[in-house]
Design a protein around this ligand. Structure first.
Ligand code: DHB
Length: 489
């Protein structure tokens, strides 16, 4: 942490209703920094106060990860501003369910994997950073939490960052912010979470699971602040969520597509998984946001096409010059462009996307080789199955052919769909969800199901797909910042 002394030392006169000394935010322990943010209105110089590497739990397991940074704008474009009542952007930098740390950051947007450039692989870091910088330039407070991740091992070889560590840490960080209401600048009742990919999954989980009791023992063990962990609004980019149902969803979506090496995945496996998706989707009993009845595996292609993908292509093409649009359409003859609207078939769309990113099963492979197998590791076991199908077909030498007995609980702790299905009253009621149409890191149904679940509960949902964008894209960050003002105002 360099030569700075920024740990939150409570002063002698701590009032009884303030958080315990270890969890008291020190309003004076900042450094003043300046950054230039490129916005739609041109470059803006932002002077901000930066609090670094504040441990957010009283009994940390690893402070490198269980600490957060706070950035508060004090002058924008030379004009003094007061952010004491501003919304708080709570931006995680988790990628790949890996550990993420902000402890070495030298300013806003510097978090991510230690030694890495910050943020999620595949562009997530850039996406997150633009959210954070634009939020700062809009006068918001930005909190950047670190969180434990799946690869962390102690001296005895025991994994301490696998599920549910990351979500427990993020909740503890939210509680820290809440418990310091009035000391930490910003409106603690207007916390807006953001994250990309695994970080997007965790952001939607944070939103869906607000104040859920199923995390209580985990939070108590860390000495998390005694405060609400509900958040006001959720931003999630390409969430890699609903993991235990993603193998089926993936084959439903990308089953016909070859891998980048030109090979077809095993078609027996693909078909069996695809059948699981039909059953799962029916069990959700979700309604299409467009009002056209229940959302099922049979009509999901039509739903994605008409509600998300064709409007996405339409927006993209409308944004091009006449010449660029004509060139794009000449290169992509599967798109019919009529009356200012793009239409095409699902099959042609799949061909257009091309190679699928993952083999089958995509998330719980038989040889335990996925990041998700590691995410569900425990004790000294680095990777485990988390689906019955994966365990039954195990090739790694698992004798029992069953998932471990603690897995069902871990799945509930990690899945936003579980909390939405239970209509969790503490959930976020505002959802900003974004996904690239060429992102085959997971099924395109995953984010659409989160959106349909939240909308079905009456929540406000803004879900768009970015045309031709891949994993980690965030092409409308200014709109997200404007949306925050709208929903929190
Ligand atoms: C991420 C990407 C994946 O394909 C995955 O399975 C999990 C996480 C990510 O970029 O965070």
């Amino acid at each position: 942490v360099g030569g700075l002394t920024l740990s939150a030392q409570a002063s002698a006169g701590t009032a009884p209703d303030e958080p315990s000394d270890a969890l008291a935010f020190d309003p004076d322990a900042y450094t003043e920094l300046t950054t230039t943010v490129t916005t739609d209105d041109g470059d803006k110089e932002v002077k901000y106060r930066f609090w670094k590497a504040i441990t957010y739990v009283a009994k940390p397991v690893d402070e490198t990860y269980q600490s957060l940074n706070v950035s508060v704008p004090v002058a924008i474009g030379g004009k003094a501003i007061d952010a004491s009542g501003a919304p708080i952007l709570f931006a995680n930098s988790v990628g790949g369910y890996m550990p993420s740390s902000v402890a070495d950051a030298d300013g806003i947007g510097g978090g991510g994997m230690p030694g890495g450039g910050g943020g999620a692989p595949g562009g997530g870091g850039g996406a997150l950073t633009s959210n954070q910088l634009l939020a700062l330039a809009a006068g918001y407070v930005v909190v950047e939490p670190g969180a434990r991740g799946r690869t962390l091992k102690d001296d005895d070889g025991a994994y301490y960052g696998t599920a549910p560590a990351a979500i427990v840490d993020l909740k503890a960080a939210v509680r820290y912010v809440r418990a310091n209401k009035g000391r930490i600048p910003g409106n603690t009742d207007r916390i807006v979470s953001a994250g990309t990919s695994a970080g997007g999954a965790l952001s939607s989980l944070l939103g869906a699971s607000g104040d859920s009791r199923i995390y209580a023992t985990y939070l108590a063990k860390l000495g998390a602040a005694d405060a609400s962990d509900a958040i006001f609004a959720t931003g999630a980019w390409c969430p890699i969520a609903d993991l235990e149902h993603s193998d089926g969803a993936y084959e439903w979506n990308w089953g016909a597509n070859k891998q980048s090496n030109g090979e077809q995945v095993d078609q027996t496996t693909s078909k069996q998984l695809r059948a699981q998706f039909a059953e799962y989707q029916a069990s959700l009993r979700l309604h299409r946001i467009d009002g056209h009845g229940t959302l099922t595996a049979r009509n999901y292609d039509d739903y994605l096409l008409t509600h998300y993908l064709q409007p996405s292509a339409t927006r993209y093409l409308k944004g091009l010059s006449d010449g660029d649009r004509a060139a794009y359409l000449a290169d992509n003859t599967f798109i019919a462009w009529q009356g200012g609207r793009a239409t095409f078939t699902w099959e042609d769309f799949l061909t257009h996307v091309g190679a699928r990113k993952k083999d089958a099963p995509a998330f719980d492979p038989f040889d335990l080789s996925s990041p998700e197998n590691n995410e569900f590791g425990a004790g000294t076991t680095g990777a485990r199955h988390f689906t019955a199908y994966g365990a039954r077909h195990d090739t790694s030498g698992l004798d029992s052919r069953r998932v471990a007995s603690d897995i069902p609980e871990k799945l509930d702790l990690m899945n936003p769909m579980y909390h939405l299905a239970r209509r969790n009253p503490g959930r976020s009621k505002h959802w900003w969800i974004r996904l690239g149409t060429k992102d085959s890191d997971t099924s395109l149904t995953v984010s659409a199901n989160i959106a349909a679940s939240a909308a079905g509960l009456g929540d406000e949902v803004d879900h768009l797909y970015y045309w031709d964008e891949g994993h980690g894209a965030n092409t409308d960050p200014a709109d997200f910042i404007a949306w925050i003002a709208e929903v929190t105002g």
